[in-house]
Design a protein around this ligand. Sequence first.
Ligand code: PHE
Length: 341
Amino acid sequence: MSYQKLEQIEGEALKHFQQAQNSKELYDQKVRFLGKSGSLTEVMKEMGHLSKEEKPFFGKKVNETKQKLEQAYVDAEEKLKRREIEDRMHQEELDMTLPATHAPAGGPHPVYSVMEEIFTIMSRLGYSLRTGPLVERDYYNFEALNIPQNHPARDMQDTFFIDESHVLRTHTSPIQIHSLESEAPPLRIIGTGSVFRCDSDISHLPHFHQIEGMCVDRKVSMADLKGTITFFVSEFFGPGLKTRFRPSFFPFTEPSAEVDCQCPLCKGKGCSLCKQSGWIEIGGAGLINPKVFEFAKINYPDWQGFAFGFGLERMAIIKYGIEDIRLLPENDIRFLRQMSL
Ligand code: PHE
């Protein structure tokens, strides 16, 4: 009697598991046959009426049925899930072959790329990076660089004044003084960052960036400076470009030079970028004026040095052939996208 019932339950349960249309229906069937008050549990209760000899055989059979049904449930559930996913894919018309939509990605600003590249080149010559404050004491921006109050050289750099004794730094040269004051020579440093001048036209920005180089050692000459800059120019703009020094004046260097490099665009033949001259000015340089060493309390001529300062925006427009320097700070996304390719 009970064996028959067991077989009947098994047959019915398998049939219903097979026929369930979704996970919910299937689960209801599981409860109906295998649950706490399900049919199989009911059969087990009847075991009480069986004789001692019959009980183990019947018990074993019940367990087998239970295991079989549990496995059938798992199989049916997996089949249903797979079918549900397939149905959803059909309904949603998901086209797995469509290209993904790209999240907008940023890229380095050309001025930043130039800065990094210069730093990488100079670090190969043993230079390491320094920074300094954007709001400088008058002393660091002018005085200690041998530009005394009321000196006409202050007119070279139209200054934004914060108050009587503080300015927005007009160049990165104050970094030289900070380094000379706080570190012991020999020194090879690169200083970089924002500088400010009240000046604005096609080739001048009120806020731009400079890179400063300073080398202090026992014996330093103009030849060392020229060699360093020539190496730097050919690494940065490409091999074979010549550099030339034109006599100039900076209160913090003596002698001083304006540094030109052969136009990287026309290789010196003459084009609109170099205004047909074949040469492009990239910055100023010179041997550190003994007066500067005096301010920084460093013994000259035991220690000597050279320094140079280049405009990063200028380097960027020359390297990438950008026509108007004002495109750089404008941050027009169409321009920046072209530059970060
Ligand atoms: N500080 C100078 C400028 O801004 C450039 C410079 C740096 C010149 C170092 C000589 C030495 O024009």
